[in-house]
Design a protein around this ligand. Structure first.
Ligand code: PDD
Length: 288
């Protein structure tokens, strides 16, 4: 089966999908996106992803081109048109093509684009060993709650991490933990899980919410509160969470061991509970 993309009402092979060079997504990075994980061809937490998409659109004053049932249908068609059982569905909406002018133009048709790729979770070896990360100053803009396609800051940070053979860059702003270049961050201190609260400084991760639900439902000690850089650096455990990384232990931070240097007991438990949860919801009946 070949790979199918979607552009402005049409399903087509990705090589045939073309946009105008005047598209404001291309010229200004004027657009927002979502990445929706799909397991056994069933979207995970689709309603939550669509709600976050709506929040991003509202924040940049872009009218949602489709109601939720239409998005559900489009996501279903992209999933059906691609060969993998587990997929990451990417969708992007830009403000469309217009004469270059910083002011948001009125009456322009947005560009709607979707594609899928194979969703490959972290390997068993990586889950067992944990990943390496570095700590960097968070030099991004101050609206990190918007899932904007303007990801140059995130790309620069992730590349600095890759330069040092690290999986992630964990970010601090004015002495406080924010998130990582493409994931949220949890730490364990004195046996309690800590993560920063949602604010304009972090993306409200869908996986972050799932992890907090798991912590609550299993009475695992946790607090959502500001976390200092010192707490991050002296944590017993550090994990990153995202749709693609799931719950991944960071066992080396700036070349130093985190805790014992192995994934810790709290993270291992949450990782197992996350997989149980995923298996459970994927077996449940589908609600659109
Ligand atoms: N990234 N923070 C940032 C900056 C992110 O880019 C992401 C996700 C997350 C985690 O969000 P979620 O749990 O909803 O995946 C946090 C996606 C996967 C990406 O850009 O590819």
């Amino acid at each position: 089966m070949s790979e199918t993309a979607y552009l402005n009402g049409e399903f087509l092979p990705i090589e045939q999908a073309k946009i105008s060079v005047l598209d404001r997504g291309f010229i200004f990075g004027d657009g927002v996106y979502e990445v929706i994980p799909v397991y056994s061809r069933r979207p995970f937490r689709l309603a939550e992803h669509l709600a976050r998409l709506q929040a991003s659109l509202d924040a940049i004053r872009l009218v949602n081109p489709h109601p939720a049932p239409k998005w559900t249908e489009l996501v279903g068609k992209i999933v059906a048109g691609n060969p993998w059982e587990d997929q990451a569905v990417y969708l992007q909406i830009t403000r469309g093509a217009a004469k270059r002018d910083h002011v948001f133009p009125k009456g322009v048709k947005p560009t709607v684009f979707m594609m899928a790729s194979e969703l490959v979770p972290p390997s068993a070896e990586l889950v067992k060993s944990g990943a390496k990360a570095i700590v960097l100053p968070d030099r991004r803009w101050l609206r990190c709650d918007i899932k904007s396609v303007s990801l140059l800051g995130n790309c620069m940070l992730r590349t600095l991490a890759a330069d040092q053979d690290c999986a992630e860059a964990i970010l601090v702003r004015e002495g406080m933990l924010t998130e990582a270049s493409a994931s949220n961050v949890f730490i364990v201190k004195d046996g309690t899980v800590l993560t920063p609260p949602k604010s304009h400084l972090i993306l409200p991760g869908i996986t972050y919410d799932v992890v907090l639900e798991i912590l609550r439902e299993n009475s695992i000690a946790h607090e959502v509160r500001p976390v200092t850089e010192a707490e991050l650096r002296s944590a017993e455990e550090v994990w990153v969470t995202s749709s693609s990384r799931e719950v991944l232990a960071i066992t080396t931070l700036d070349g130093k061991r985190v805790g014992s240097g192995q994934p810790g007991p709290v993270g291992e438990r949450v990782h197992a509970l996350y997989h149980q949860y995923k298996a459970k919801v994927m077996r449940a009946p589908i609600h659109a």
